[in-house]
Design a binder for this molecule. Structure first.
Ligand SMILES: O=C(O)CCC(=O)C(=O)O
Length: 287
């Protein structure tokens, strides 16, 4: 025991003490020059004005109401057009959510149908909408993906979830399309309706190699007076990208139909297109 303690005494111990000091000095030098070098690698952090640092630390949230939220959040978007009012939301959903929605729908797909106008029949409208699809409500989805997406759509539009129809999950294979049409129902063509579609939110569940764009042929009043062939893929075209969202309004704020909201799906040329459509109405929907 004692012998161990004695190692620090006598001439040997002086030598030991000197090496300890020397080592400390070396660490000091390394630390000093190391930090100087590192600080040179981060000029933007060093030169950032004080005012910015304080903004970063600021909590922008406000006291919220009973139905509000505690934090400021951001849902990035791009205005694609004012005629029609169309917004694009990159990365609105995750890849995993999109894949899970595709998988829960795959086995339920049936040929897509159309709301028929007076005088139309399934036979007379053949070829207008050639995709297959299925309706799934958020409540039916046990994975919770549709609920997350539905809540986010409600926050992005500030229209409550209760105004949405069930999701219409669509698959377009090569050559399949949806000829240009309106989502809103013109009472002169469809008769009186219980409620009207205000807006549509499309969540692209897959990328498409070629074709399959959502098109707005009358964007900014273009192509209106040319006897437009409703099958033609012209005007503003939005390329599907997995996880991205597209919102457009079918009605003006005064409740009348915006003619520039005419839209359709260009035929898929290469690959496969999956999309989840949420139609949003002016009245609450029975779920
Ligand atoms: O698939 C698309 O891009 C458009 C879908 C559509 O027009 C609709 O579901 O009403």
């Amino acid at each position: 025991m004692n012998s161990k303690g004695k190692r620090f005494g006598g001439p040997k111990s002086n030598l030991g003490l000197a090496s300890v000091f020397f080592l400390c000095f070396l660490f000091f030098l390394a630390g000093f020059f190391g930090s100087t070098l590192l600080s040179q690698d981060l000029p933007s952090v060093q030169s950032r004005p004080r005012i910015l640092e304080s903004v970063e630390e600021r909590d922008d949230s406000m006291p919220h109401g009973e139905t509000g939220e505690p934090r400021v959040v951001s849902i990035p978007f791009q205005v694609l057009s004012w005629k029609p009012r169309a917004l694009y939301f990159p990365n609105f959903a995750t890849s995993e959510q999109c894949k899970s929605i595709i998988e829960m729908s795959r086995s339920k797909l049936k040929p897509s149908t159309l709301a028929l106008r007076k005088g139309e029949t399934a036979e007379s409208t053949k070829g207008i909408r050639t995709s297959s699809g299925t309706f799934i409500s958020a409540q039916e989805d046990k994975t919770g993906s549709l609920e997350v997406v539905e809540r986010k759509i409600a926050r992005a539009t500030m229209i409550p979830r209760s105004h949405g129809e069930a999701f219409n999950i669509l698959r377009y294979e090569i050559g399949q399309r949806y000829v240009s049409h309106y989502d809103a129902f013109n009472p002169a063509e469809y008769g009186t309706q219980k409620s009207q579609r205000i807006a549509s939110f499309l969540l692209y569940l897959s990328d498409v190699e070629e074709g399959g764009e959502t098109m707005f042929p009358f964007e900014n009043d273009s192509n209106m007076g040319i006897g437009y062939d409703y099958k033609k893929c012209i005007g503003l075209r939005v390329k599907p990208r997995r996880g991205d969202g597209l919102l457009f309004y079918s009605l003006f704020p005064n409740g009348t139909i915006d003619k520039t909201s005419l839209h359709g799906s260009c035929p898929v040329i290469k690959g496969e297109k999956w999309v989840a459509t949420k139609w949003i109405r002016d009245e609450e929907q029975d779920q």
